[in-house]
Design a protein around this ligand. Structure first.
Ligand code: GLN
Length: 486
């Protein structure tokens, strides 16, 4: 059942929220031990919430647009009274005293929170292998990664543990795991969903967004949480065009540009390129005008991101000092306690980012690294603006390859970073993008056969990009792509 069907059935009393939840927990009970999508399951709270919704319906009240919909949130969303770890040992024992705005809006919409999902520590990674609590596995092939950093949320939806889920996307952390797990993932416009109560990684790039089984559910899930919030100083005070209303308008006359620099280049697997080409053909058959477009500076997006994001992270993560949150390791004086806590509490990738960022911001290097990266960011914004003079939306792959095997990129951080080459430019520009499943392909590396000897088939996602607040058009195109998906 889609989230739309669940909410409709619960609102009319045709289904109880409790029975919907029982179905989802039954699936969790079968496969969660193997897949490890969750850091924390909220079984008791969830059944309490479901019963409250059923009572509200019985009293003739309307619990909201997500009535009885089981939802999972990434474990970097603050949840009042429920542990929030960011998959880091440094937050051990910390329980937030407040709900993030996104979570508060989910409660208000009648959603039922089932648990907090696993992630790469502090959302730094592309495989969920950087979690202090062990990796999450891809439900399509448990020997492979689900992508990351929101791997747990992607798996929760792909495995039917929750109808929808939410993650955060700083450089691709919603879209890339969505692609690798065969679900829809959305990075909305920067500022459209409040970051209040989302544990900060890189504040100028971080954005909350949904995972869903289809484009219609993704629209519903986004509409439930977005909109102005005075608690987030970067929140956009803008009217958002309804997504659900425009979904089925088709793509006749829309102009779609395939970004040459991110599609037909080395490093993007041929089977992924073929899927983008097929999606473009389908859009053309549906009446869109499709052509190639050049956005030259996106080729430098990855390099700029790995200066800007670590720089912001090094500043944001300074707050974990052993005093205010979570873990404390003893030391003879405050400075020794601080460093003992940070040494034991942070994992290797987080330490790497803090060092990279501190270096990029240090006196004498600021202009040549951080300053230069900011200039590249401006060039990317200008190049996109030029492209959007000719095109309504842009098309690229989401991830360069299908899901890879555990350990295959952990020894080489640069290889791991390349997973986000197609998704990062959107974050640098503050724009929106969506990944839509578009068929499958056989992997070309690692084990390629299933245990019964058949070729493995792994999901591929194509990405639709749109300018800031271009979600309504972006979703129309995504819907048309979904309709033609193999
Ligand atoms: N994989 C990228 C990184 O490691 C993006 C992560 C994200 O979007 N949170 O920084």
């Amino acid at each position: 059942m889609t989230a739309r069907e669940i909410a409709a059935a619960v609102r009319t009393g045709a289904r109880s929220a409790r029975s919907v939840l029982e179905e989802h927990f039954a699936r969790i009970d079968v496969r969660e031990a193997e897949l490890h999508a969750f850091n924390y399951l909220m079984r008791e709270q969830a059944f309490g919430a479901a019963d409250a919704i059923d009572s509200a319906v019985a009293r003739g009240e309307d619990p909201g647009c997500l009535a009885g919909v089981p939802v999972a949130v990434k474990d970097n969303f603050c949840t009042r009274g429920v542990p929030t770890t960011c998959s880091s040992k440094i937050l051990e024992g910390w329980t937030p005293p407040y709900d993030s705005t996104a979570v508060a809006r989910l409660h208000a919409a009648g959603a039922v929170l089932v648990g907090k999902t696993n992630l790469d520590e502090f959302a730094m990674g592309s495989s969920t292998e950087n979690s202090a609590f062990g990796p999450t596995r891809n439900p399509h092939d448990p020997s492979r990664v689900p992508g990351g950093s929101s791997g747990g949320s992607a798996v929760a939806v792909a495995a039917g543990f929750s109808a929808i889920a939410y993650g955060s996307d700083t450089g691709g952390s919603i879209r890339q795991p969505a692609a690798l797990c065969g679900v829809v993932g959305v990075k909305p416009t920067y500022g459209s969903v409040s970051r209040y109560g989302l544990v900060a990684f890189a504040s100028s790039l971080d954005q909350i967004g949904p995972f869903a089984v289809d484009v219609g559910d993704a629209a519903l899930a986004l509409e439930a949480v977005w909109g102005y919030d005075p608690m987030d100083s970067t929140s956009l005070d803008a009217t958002m065009d309804s997504l659900s209303d425009s979904l089925d308008r088709g793509v006749a006359g829309l102009r779609v540009g395939i970004v040459r620099e991110l599609t037909e280049v080395d490093g993007i697997a041929p089977e992924v390129q073929a899927r983008v080409a097929a999606a473009a053909e389908a859009l053309s058959a549906a009446g869109a005008k499709v052509d190639y477009v050049s956005v030259p500076s996106v080729s430098y997006g990855l390099s700029a991101y790995y200066l800007i994001a670590p720089a912001e992270a090094s500043s944001n993560l300074a707050r974990y000092d052993g005093v205010r949150y979570g873990r404390r390791d003893a030391g003879a004086d405050v400075a020794t306690m601080n460093s003992a806590t940070r040494d034991a509490g942070f994992g290797a990738e987080v330490k790497r980012r803090i060092m990279l960022g501190t270096y990029a911001l240090s006196a004498g290097y600021y202009d040549s690294y951080y300053g230069k990266a900011q200039k590249v960011r401006t060039l990317i914004i200008q190049d996109f603006a030029r492209a959007y003079e000719q095109f309504d939306v842009l098309l690229t792959p989401t991830a360069p390859t299908v899901a890879f095997e555990f350990g295959s990129k952990t020894a080489d951080p640069l290889a791991m970073y390349l997973s986000d080459v197609c998704t990062i430019p959107t974050n640098l520009a503050g724009h929106c993008a969506i990944s839509v499943p578009y068929g499958t392909a056989e992997p070309t590396s690692g084990a390629t056969l299933t245990s019964d000897g058949n070729p493995k088939q792994l999901p591929i996602g194509v990405q639709v990009l749109a300018p800031a607040l271009g979600e309504a058009t972006m979703f129309r195109v995504a819907k048309a792509i979904e309709a033609s998906a193999p």
